[in-house]
Ligand binder design. Structure first.
Ligand code: NAD
Length: 414
């Protein structure tokens, strides 16, 4: 996320607060993070050296329920970025109406340079440092960039050791054999499919034969591409960080995945032509799904985008300044805080199942997620129609209003 992430998140909030006519007091509450925790902690490296790392956990709001948000391991993690991401989680949970506030955490480190044992020691020490904040009723971490279900398992185990009994509900995104949920791995990509279906419906577009372009072929992008193809779309181009492949007739995604698994890259795949990431974003298509990293659609390339619908699988793939250009071109943009919320939705289902010690079949998880995402899309779309605004502004309006309402209803203590 860009270094000015906090500034642009606050700018977006101020715009929405004006529209909602919020008073100064409420604005001040929404603009600030409830708790900001910074910790410097030592980790023993494999060669015996001691290295000090800095980590953060920020809870932006607890107004609608316990705080929820991922933990990121990345060299550029800093407090402002974590604050911005925590705030976005508050709005995201509110837009899809799950009873959570927003949080985020991170450690400034490069996980690729740490051995498995070092990663475990760093994670267990960080989990101990933030254990004064987290808990199944208080703040529930999940994976984010650089962390995965193994990291969640270590956090869950560390927290449980301190309590003296197992507490699976302290994190989500953990392995299924220790209380994770069926369907979590696919949830974000599946959520993208649900909102793409809704958006296509409003554009009078059938998914049968619709052309789809996906940037990023990871957890979100590869799943979204596969599910879109299963829904009848023609996935004409996909890419990863090294570039992509394009075939106007539709790509064979099974063959492509096999090639990428074996070669470690899409380059050299014989079932399509090579294409760069910037060419990919400008391909004529019905649906474009940026599912890689932030700031891909910019003031420079927005006017060349030839998609009818953009579904933001990634967080922040569109620069704020590019939004009006896309709007003028009539592109329907389903914003990240709605489009990729399938992940946090199923995280919520995981926590519900952990709390009840009663686990659902995958079909049940998917059914509930699809229902909730469809409802969220409809609510955002209606807000957009009523207020004559794009879906991003409408999603923020809906999310911020729900949080403001919760604060106003609860009142200010004491
Ligand atoms: P991932 O690491 O599994 O996959 C990322 C993919 O993007 C990889 O294929 C990578 O090669 C590609 N990529 C990286 N840099 C690129 C570039 N410059 N151009 C094109 N492709 C590039 O990550 P993920 O979990 O799929 O997350 C992708 C995005 O979705 C992130 O913005 C993340 O914050 C967001 N997101 C993820 C989830 C989730 O459940 N995983 C939920 C909500 C939002």
């Amino acid at each position: 996320m860009a270094s000015n992430a906090l500034e642009s998140t606050l700018h977006q909030l101020d715009k929405v607060s004006d529209r909602l006519g919020l008073d100064d007091g409420l604005r001040a509450v929404l603009r600030s993070c409830k708790r900001e925790f910074t910790t410097s902690f030592p980790v023993r490296r494999d060669d015996g050296r001691i290295q000090v790392f800095t980590g953060y956990r920020v809870q932006h709001s607890l107004a609608r329920g316990p705080a929820k948000g991922g933990i990121r391991y990345h060299p550029q993690v800093d407090l402002d970025e974590v604050k911005a991401l925590a705030m976005l989680m508050t709005w995201k949970c509110a837009v899809v109406n799950i009873p959570y506030g927003g949080a985020k955490g991170g450690v400034a480190c490069d996980p690729k340079t740490l051995s498995h044992a070092e990663l475990e020691r760093l994670t267990r020490r960080f989990a101990t440092e933030i254990s004064i904040l987290i808990g199944p009723d208080r703040d529930i971490p999940a994976p984010d960039m650089g962390t995965d279900e193994q990291v969640m398992a270590w956090i869950m185990d560390t927290y449980s050791m301190h309590q003296g009994y197992s507490v699976p509900g302290v994190v989500t995104g953990k392995p299924v054999n220790i209380g994770g949920t069926a369907g979590r791995r696919e949830a974000t990509g599946r959520g993208c499919l649900v909102v793409a279906q809704e958006a296509a419906h409003h554009k009078g577009l059938s998914l049968q034969g619709a052309s789809v372009v996906v940037q990023g072929f990871g957890n979100v992008g590869a799943v979204a591409a596969r599910l879109m193809a299963e829904a009848g779309c023609r996935v004409i181009a996909v890419s990863d960080s090294q570039g992509g492949v394009f075939s106007p007739h539709g790509l064979d995604l099974v063959a492509l995945s096999k090639h990428k698994r074996e070669a470690g890259t899409m380059i050299g795949f014989s079932g399509g032509d090579a294409i760069t990431n910037s060419q990919l974003l400008e391909l004529p298509c019905d649906i474009l799904i940026p599912a890689a990293i932030e700031e891909q659609i910019t003031v420079r390339n927005a006017r060349h985008v030839r998609a009818r619908i953009i579904v933001e699988g990634a967080n922040g793939p569109t620069q704020a300044e590019a939004d009006p250009i896309l709007k003028d071109k009539g592109v329907l943009v389903v914003p990240d805080i709605l489009a990729n919320a399938g992940g946090v939705m199923v995280s919520y289902f995981e926590w519900v199942q952990d709390t009840q010690s009663l686990f659902w079949e995958e079909a049940e998880v998917n059914r509930r997620m699809e229902m909730a995402m469809t409802r969220a899309f409809d609510e955002v779309f209606e807000m957009g129609e009523r207020e004559k605004m794009d879906l991003r502004s409408a999603a923020y309006m809906l999310g911020v209003r729900r949080v403001a309402d919760a604060i106003a209803t609860r009142g200010i203590y004491p």
